[in-house]
Design a protein around this ligand. Structure first.
Ligand code: SAH
Length: 398
């Protein structure tokens, strides 16, 4: 078992942790030994040394570790992980039973009781992501517990704790069947090509499932759809399958071109009938404005933070400007689908960004629908700050 140390909380953090707040912030600790080994078990105590909870030490950008249990007798071992996995997997029963959706989240970090760990299911393969060296120190117990809980076709892992947010390319295969990639998964009947062994990302963001479905079912038929920050073009695929007149996908990354062609192709869509542009979205906005292009639907799904040679973009600061630019090229009664996964602000704040942009452009609007994380991305209801996804369907009004 990992080493155990006592972590004394500052008085004003006692109530929060006692009430179930899962994240251990650096400033919550009376003192912390920086040389502590990642994965050390933390006995979290009040200033009078009375027990509150057990957690682990694992540094992420958010904090220095996570609370795991408030039962002083519970050991953090294989059985602990097994109990957690059994529970989370039984909660996903309806997903396992679906034939038209074969990829979903099985374990969502703190929402399922273990911060810093996520597990996704891709047609029998399990992708386990570790967000700190601390949680990675439990790797063997985690894989054993998983294998005791479900039949696995194969396991892949992502070690998402390398320095500077860079993902160091490595072989992510762990055990079981060696995947033949691209693996084709299904989502509400749509096909998506994924690769579990090609860097940090797989080709699809599963948390946008309900948004893709809404786009396909309610907002695409006969429409022109501009998909910005399009990555592998998953929103474009949904729009095309929903009967869009034409989709335009814009992403800076060179790889987005072959990957978008692939996503169209595995759905039997002729990619030559669609537009795919490898370019900076902000340059595309200028180009479209210059040519007076207008789209019925504009999808905005930027990364929280992006840096190019020319500029930096941060959703917390620049989202109003992004929406303002999108308004310029949206048809008078068109729709903007604005999305962000930045956890540093909430839905209320996000709506103030939207409002600011429309005020600046002197345009009226109505938010016709909004989305946050889907069911399989379990969150703690009392702590909405962990429900990072915010999506608004904004109807322009004349
Ligand atoms: N909307 C996508 C996910 C977007 S991920 C989906 O649903 O699958 C963010 C993408 O933004 C990345 O592919 C990255 O290459 C792209 N990106 C970042 N900055 C950009 C910029 N200035 N212009 C165009 N693309 C950008």
């Amino acid at each position: 078992m990992n080493h155990v140390v006592e972590l004394m909380l500052k008085p004003n953090f006692v109530a929060e942790i006692s009430n179930g707040y899962p994240l251990i912030l650096k400033e919550a600790a009376e003192s912390i030994d920086e040389t502590l080994e990642e994965g050390t078990i933390l006995k979290i105590v009040r200033p009078n040394r009375k027990y509150i909870a057990t957690g682990y030490y694992g540094k992420q950008n958010k904090g220095i570790g996570w609370v795991l249990t408030n039962n002083p007798l519970e050991e953090i071992d294989e059985v602990f992980f097994e109990v957690k996995f059994k529970h989370s997997i039984s909660k996903r029963d309806k997903f396992y039973k679906k034939d038209d959706t074969t990829a979903f989240r099985v374990f969502n970090g703190e929402g399922d009781g273990i911060g810093g760990l996520t597990i996704d299911y891709f047609d029998g393969f399990y992708l386990v992501s570790f967000y700190s060296r601390g949680i990675y120190s439990f790797r063997d117990a985690i894989f054993n517990a998983l294998k005791k809980t479900v039949n696995i076709r194969g396991i892949y892992e992502k070690k998402r704790f390398d320095t500077n947010g860079q993902y160091v390319d490595q072989d992510d295969y762990v055990e079981g069947e060696v995947g033949q990639f691209p693996l084709i998964i299904k989502e509400n009947g749509m096909n998506f090509a994924v690769n579990l062994n090609d860097g940090a990302m797989t080709g699809i963001f599963l948390d946008q499932r309900n948004v893709r479905l809404a786009l396909r079912e309610h907002y695409s038929k006969g429409k022109t759809v501009l998909n910005t920050f399009s990555y592998t073009g998953a929103f474009s695929v949904a729009a095309a399958l929903g009967g869009a007149y034409e989709t335009t996908s814009v992403d800076l990354a060179k790889r987005s071109l072959p990957m978008t062609i692939e996503q169209f192709s595995v759905n039997g869509i002729d990619y030559e009938q669609q537009q795919i542009k490898v370019m900076n979205v902000f340059d595309y906005f200028s180009y479209a404005a210059r040519h007076q292009l207008k789209y019925d639907v504009v999808v905005l799904d930027p990364p929280s933070f992006a840096r190019t040679k020319k500029m930096t973009f941060s959703t917390a600061k620049d989202y109003p400007k992004l929406i303002a630019q999108a308004i310029e090229i949206t048809a008078p009664d068109g729709l903007i689908i604005a999305s962000t996964n930045n956890a540093s602000f909430n839905m209320k704040k996000f709506k103030t960004f939207i409002d600011k942009a429309f005020k600046e452009k002197s345009k009226r609007y109505k938010i016709v629908e909004q989305y946050q994380l889907p069911d399989d991305f379990a969150t703690l209801e009392e702590y909405p700050e962990f429900n990072y996804l915010k999506v608004c369907m904004i109807q322009l009004l004349k």
